[in-house]
Design a protein around this ligand. Structure first.
Ligand code: KG4
Ligand code: ZN
Length: 337
């Protein structure tokens, strides 16, 4: 754990009467403005999102996304807040689009200062991980497979803030490949859920490919090329891609278990919503695997509040660090390094 700033936050209410305190979480790391509210036991009270729909240029335009976050954030905040009082406020400070992150994190910092409540900066991937535990603290060690639009990472988590990055993608992430193949077939963004539906209509089952077989690292760009080269329609290609990604992830997790001896595995991030991928990972012999509820797989503010709750339980030095800068890229290992 690093020693950024001290915190002067009183933990008494969170320890003694967690039902009576609320934590708000904000995520503006990409193109959705998302806010969630949980209580001190990690129970989700409410969560809402506004999608920015600024993807008519074929992808997210950072400048437009930041402006739309700015337009939406106060309205969404008031909807989530309702008549509740909040006792701590948290926001994603990275990784993500810098100008978008700044909107959410400055909103949270300002609200914390005005109301004199703690501000808790959260690493986006920590949010995905702590969405898995239904508000409880996990037992360590565990492996975390993070599969989203921005990441395909495997971490060995030895304790809160003690994360070792044991594998990452050398090129595209799993979600990125779903989205790129989806765009090729004219599907809406994010394409993952549409590919999953299309795969159910497949009539030809082309043998799936395991990418980088025998190696712990991920590489998905070859799979993307092969999905186009097979020259099948949308249904058969979706089936091929989904099976290939599922079997590839199954192989990587099996190798990670062999390497570390750790059998407790948490799979999170938007792609973890995919039922075929879940099925393949569950098949690994001896694995003790957990996925977040479907509504917590994709980016959401509640997962940021859940990670903030772990910061409070672990008394981290990041709490009330108002000097902390937003960042576009950084692994969890370097963040705590
Ligand atoms: O975690 P997330 O909301 O955002 C990032 O942090 O990147 O993940 C979004 C990604 C997108 O690439 C989306 O296509 C993918 O998750 N995704 C899925 C499914 N639902 C979302 N991929 C496959 N199957 C799904 N059901
Ligand atoms: Zn995410």
């Amino acid at each position: 754990m690093n020693n950024r700033n001290t915190n002067n936050f009183c933990y008494q209410n969170f320890d003694e009467n967690p039902n009576s305190v609320n934590i708000l979480g904000i995520d503006t790391s990409c193109d959705d403005t998302t806010i969630g509210l949980i209580d001190g036991n990690g129970k989700i009270i409410t969560k809402k999102k506004m999608s920015l729909e600024c993807d008519y240029y074929g992808g997210v335009v950072p400048e437009l996304a930041a402006r739309m976050h700015l337009e939406n954030i106060d309205k969404l905040f008031l909807q989530v807040l309702g008549d509740k009082t909040i006792h701590a406020i948290s926001a994603t400070i990275g990784p993500g689009l810098l100008s978008s992150l700044v909107v959410g994190s400055n909103f949270a910092k300002t609200y914390a200062k005005i109301k004199n409540i703690p501000f808790i900066p959260v690493h986006h991937l920590e949010g995905h991980i702590y969405a898995c535990f239904d508000g409880k603290s996990p037992s360590y060690p565990f492996l975390a497979l993070l599969i989203s639009g921005g990441h395909s990472d495997l971490y060995l988590c030895k304790g809160f803030g003690k994360y070792e990055l044991i594998a990452k993608t050398c090129d595209d992430s799993a979600g990125e490949v779903f989205d790129k193949i989806g765009r090729h077939f004219g599907l809406p963004f994010p394409a993952g859920p549409h590919i999953e539906k299309s795969a159910q209509k497949a009539s030809k089952f082309i043998t799936p490919t395991i990418a980088m077989k025998g190696k712990l690292s991920f590489s998905f760009s070859g799979l993307k090329t092969k999905s186009i080269m097979i020259q099948e329609g949308i249904y058969n290609t979706s089936w091929f891609l989904q099976e290939s990604i599922g079997l590839t992830l199954k192989e990587k997790v099996s190798l990670a278990i062999q390497k570390t001896g750790v059998t407790q595995v948490f799979v999170c991030g938007g792609v973890a919503a995919n039922e075929t991928i879940r099925k393949h990972i569950r098949e690994i012999y001896g694995i003790n695997v957990l996925f977040p509820p479907l509504e917590l797989c994709m980016d959401n503010g509640a997962m940021i509040a859940l990670a903030a709750l772990e910061h409070i339980r672990n008394r981290t030095t990041m709490i009330n660090d108002f000097q902390i800068d937003e960042f576009p890229r950084m692994s969890l290992e370097d963040y705590y390094g």
